[in-house]
Design a protein around this ligand. Structure first.
Ligand SMILES: [Fe+2]
Length: 427
């Protein structure tokens, strides 16, 4: 063999070795965790989580095994509760085999923005003191976004990564517990997420795993009872779709329901038209929409499942110049260009699928080839998203892959609001 040929062969061999060693090995699914109820006191609050109500109030939700008062004591100094408010509790049953604990619902406030509050659920001094931070009343604001969370070892990793980031709120585009009719798994999920969900507001919408069909009952009985969102405040008559403002009204988030009626003439469609009409882009430079089943998707999993909803609603979001549409459902990450009606359109929304929270079903690894030109980045790995809305014109999005147990930024992009002068053609 000629010396030059030997050198070329060695170089090719080294390159191949480097390429192989640099390749990321996709992790396998992890087992469903079962977070046991270790509290022997039936009055003790558990599964505490919070969600925003308007710009200056917070809903506190928790569960007790015993029928106890629905009261929250709170204040800005640890152990000194200068205010309190009462609410109500409800239970639900599943067939003859399960009856939920008392699910308490108390709205507290008005609260100061960007402030640390200490609070205690229930009426006993022996119950644990918790704390949360209220969101700011102006930009910047940091939003964690993650779908299809489940309750596995990967979920734990994702939650640890999110907790290590100084975020103001978590947005979840559906598929929470993967209880799938096994009601105690809803309780287990509540206990798993409490350390994070009791500190920052969690704003969620439903996925297909929230659908639990039961004779003569709502298919969302468990979800609606446990994860009540501020739908009434946004003029919606269903917990399955609603909207809210944050950062003093600079950000409007529309939580749509992929599993509620969405066609023209439906309650959801009528509500969406009305909600979009109320937005003033001079005071609200950012508008985000959240769905579960993606409207754009080049993964072979769940192909075209979001099409009918897209046909019904995409033109409404386009006319309102919604900046980003986040979805879940597909257990992978994908970021699209600005699109409308399947074409690149600089006045359309950026579509991002972030259904890779860590659920028991594992990753969706197969993609359509060749890749569509509207898909800019796609990868089947567990991870979470960070949306830093910096000011009225610019936001930074990054996707943080769970590279084994370490978070690594694997995709990032600067977003410019469709209401800004830079996008004058869209105004
Ligand atoms: Fe799903």
């Amino acid at each position: 063999m000629a010396p030059s040929l030997i050198i070329i062969t060695v170089i090719l061999w080294v390159c191949t070795l480097l390429a192989v060693s640099a390749e990321y090995t996709r992790p396998l699914p992890r087992q469903t965790l079962s977070i046991l109820d270790e509290d022997s006191d039936p009055s003790a609050p558990q599964q505490v989580h919070i969600s925003v109500v308007g710009l200056d109030k917070m809903r506190v939700t928790w569960i007790t095994k015993a029928d106890t008062p629905s009261i929250v004591h709170y204040g800005t100094e640890s152990g000194v509760y200068t205010s309190s408010n009462t609410g109500s509790s409800e239970r639900y049953s599943y067939l003859l085999i399960y009856k939920s604990g008392y699910i308490h619902d108390v709205v507290i406030g008005p609260l100061q923005p960007n402030n640390l509050y200490y609070y205690r659920c229930g009426d006993s001094n022996s119950f644990q003191e918790l704390s949360f931070n209220t969101p700011p009343d102006q930009l910047p604001i940091n939003l964690a976004v993650i779908g299809d969370l489940g309750q596995t070892g990967w979920t734990t990793t994702t939650l640890q990564h999110i907790e290590s980031w100084d975020h103001d709120m978590l947005i979840l585009p559906g598929d929470l517990s993967y209880a799938d009719y096994i009601q105690p798994l809803w309780d287990s999920f509540g206990r798993l997420v409490e350390p994070l969900a009791s500190k920052r507001p969690w704003m969620v919408t439903e996925g297909n795993h929230e659908v639990e069909k039961m004779p003569f009952k709502s298919s969302f009985e468990a979800y609606n009872a446990r994860w009540k969102m501020p739908f009434e405040e946004s003029g919606s008559n269903s917990n399955l779709y609603y909207s809210f403002d944050t950062a003093g009204g600079a950000v409007h988030v529309i939580m749509l329901g992929s599993y509620a009626e969405y066609k023209p003439g439906s309650d959801q469609h009528t509500w969406l038209v009305s909600d979009l009409n109320k937005i003033n882009r001079k005071t609200t430079p950012w508008v985000f929409a959240i769905i579960h089943a993606p409207w754009y998707n080049t993964n072979t999993a769940h192909q075209r499942e979001g099409d009918y909803m897209r046909y019904a609603m995409e033109s409404l979001l386009y006319k309102a110049r919604v900046d980003v549409v986040f979805s879940g459902h597909v257990h992978a990450y994908e970021r699209f260009d600005r699109v409308y009606d399947n074409q690149v359109d600089q006045c359309g929304a950026v579509h991002i699928t972030i259904g890779d929270g860590g659920n028991k079903e594992g990753l969706a690894k197969s993609y359509e080839e060749p890749k569509s030109n509207i898909s800019l980045f796609r990868e089947a790995s567990f991870g979470h998203g960070r949306l830093e809305v910096m000011n009225a014109t610019h936001a930074h999005w990054s996707w943080n892959r769970n590279d084994d147990d370490v978070a690594v930024i694997s995709d990032s992009v600067w977003l410019v609001s469709l209401s800004s002068q830079e996008n004058q053609a869209c105004c």
